[in-house]
Design a protein around this ligand. Structure first.
Ligand code: SME
Length: 153
């Protein structure tokens, strides 16, 4: 296992322990904090909950607050992931017409749906100040985190 995979595996274990130990909703904030602190390329981390036809921001961590605390389904990369149920990785947000801008510094973004069976409950949204910051390892790791979180939403 290479160093990068090991780090994802270690954080996965830490998240598993947090979820086994603490109660919702505090634990969701704890997981967001851990993701933000452990990975340098995660510049802003948030969880959106799917409520009817909109996404509502829950726990988040980053330097700035986003004005997009409620996203009507149909706009943004967040909506695309919520509708398709598939992870979205955008290497260059300036080239994606769907992108809803939150922070001037953001260069790339990953959005991972949180699903229970086929039902979409919400998603993990991560912005990075680095271009093309996210790869398949982030997707695999965050999809596992999403599965773990689905038991606590
Ligand atoms: N950029 C997202 C909106 C949420 S902010 O990144 C926090 C989008 O395009 O849906």
């Amino acid at each position: 296992m290479d160093g990068e995979s090991l780090e994802y595996k270690n954080v996965e274990q830490e998240i598993k322990q947090l979820l086994e130990t603490y109660q919702t909703p505090t634990v969701l904030q704890n997981v967001v904090d851990l993701l933000y602190e452990k990975f340098e390329h995660y510049s802003w981390v948030g969880i959106y909950f799917l409520k009817g036809n909109k996404l509502v921001l829950g726990p988040w961590r980053g330097i700035h607050a986003t004005e997009h605390t409620i996203i009507p389904l149909g706009t943004g990369i967040c909506s695309a992931a919520a509708k398709s149920g598939k992870t979205e990785i955008v290497n260059d947000v300036s080239k994606d017409t769907r992108y809803l801008s939150c922070f001037f510094s953001t260069r790339s973004e990953i959005v991972v749906p949180i699903k229970k069976k086929a039902v979409i409950l919400g998603e993990i949204d991560i912005d990075s100040d680095k271009p093309a910051a996210f790869n398949i390892n982030d997707a695999i790791f965050l999809e596992k985190v999403g599965d773990m979180l689905s038991q606590h939403i």
